[in-house]
Design a protein around this ligand. Sequence first.
Ligand SMILES: *Cc1c(COP(=O)(O)O)cnc(C)c1O
Length: 455
Amino acid sequence: MRAINFSANFYIIFGGKLFSHEKGRSKISHLTGGGVDCLKLAGTFGTPLYVFDTGIIKSRCGELRETFLNRWDNTRVRYAGKAFLIRAMAKLIADEGIGLDVVSEGELYTALSAGFPPERIEMNGNAKSLREIDYAVRSGVGRIIVDHPDEIGIIESCAKEAGRVQKIMIRVAPGVDAHTHKYIATGSTDSKFGVPADSREGSMLTEAIRFARTCEHVSMRGLHFHVGSQLFDTDDYTKSIEKIIELMKSLKDSLNFTTHELNMGGGFGAVINPAIPAMKSEFYTEPMMKALHEGCAKYGIEIPRVILEPGRWFVSEAGITLYTVENVRELPGITYIAVNGGMSDNPRYALYQAEYNAVKADDIDGEIWHPESGGKVSIVGKCCESGDILIDDAEIQRVKAGDIIALYNTGAYTFSMSSNYNCLMRPAVVFVENGEARVVAERQTLEDIIRGQVI
Ligand SMILES: *Cc1c(COP(=O)(O)O)cnc(C)c1O
């Protein structure tokens, strides 16, 4: 791993944002961490480059510890690794005392290879293979979140073989349509995820619970729901919680089943504009816990352990992607800034029109560019798709070929969703903290592109 020290900064990344910083006359007197010249980063490590300010990720962990874990008894937090998982990230999360949610053998392997304590790992996934279930059980993961009832019998036989009792929860679809893009809404009853929240005799859910309770090597602990991602109000959560409490009550009455644990999923929103303050975890957790406590009191049922599993909220705002401008194409009505990456390192606009903000890395306070030809400025990638857009209508300073631009808040679902489309090589990941930068995932090479291929 390579560590370099950048102490004399001009343009630094701090708190997930760029600040101009004049040598010797710092505009920021409270600089305590981060602090890395991003032009130097681009020069040293090349572009595109994923840059993470680990100070932000740690402060998110601290925030949840303070305002959730320490405030409410019997609570747990599991970082949803799908947002961004590499070994260094797994290590960071483990060191912060937070757990991890994985959804595949690859994610589990990554975490275990970084020494992540298996009992703090839970496995989700709507189509787990036998191999994945067996691996999870043998590894001693804390919970398997059953998404389809067929998994229960498989878990039973794997756990029997491994000589373990595997704790499970069942994911239910609460029947709440989240206020978000339909591709990241997951809570409706016709979702591909989970079992409908239906406690009627003979329903999928009651049959699954009945069966789980006959399994000697399965311990059925409770329920899980996840309504969707990028949520900016709490109605979807509180509505779901109310429905789930009714469900818990009727499962208690009909099956004498006690929900010891309730996993409320993730979905906390991440802002895209660095000028807007980040969402506080309390904004979500206070109404959620209030709804839970009130509901449980109303129905006279015991308060379950609560588990949260946000992903994006931990990492989105900690990440910046640096690109080099390859060319600028001024057409009547539209100007394209084409960069040396695109949907291969960040497919989120192409997938669901995710929004971003960008700046010219060495002119962050400069005037916004309004091309003479009129119309909008689009930042596009180099992939052979017209949908390969990073920002459709960007507000950015005037740039030319060779300039470095920075996309803010790209920490979540970028590296983890990256591909080798057009045989592009996956960019490197750099962690910055206290003026130091280190590569935690190397840039792919041409050999990586053809690895394992034969003629
Ligand atoms: C995607 C997902 C999460 C994390 O979602 P974020 O929006 O990144 O917080 C948590 N739990 C489950 C089951 C998920 O599918």
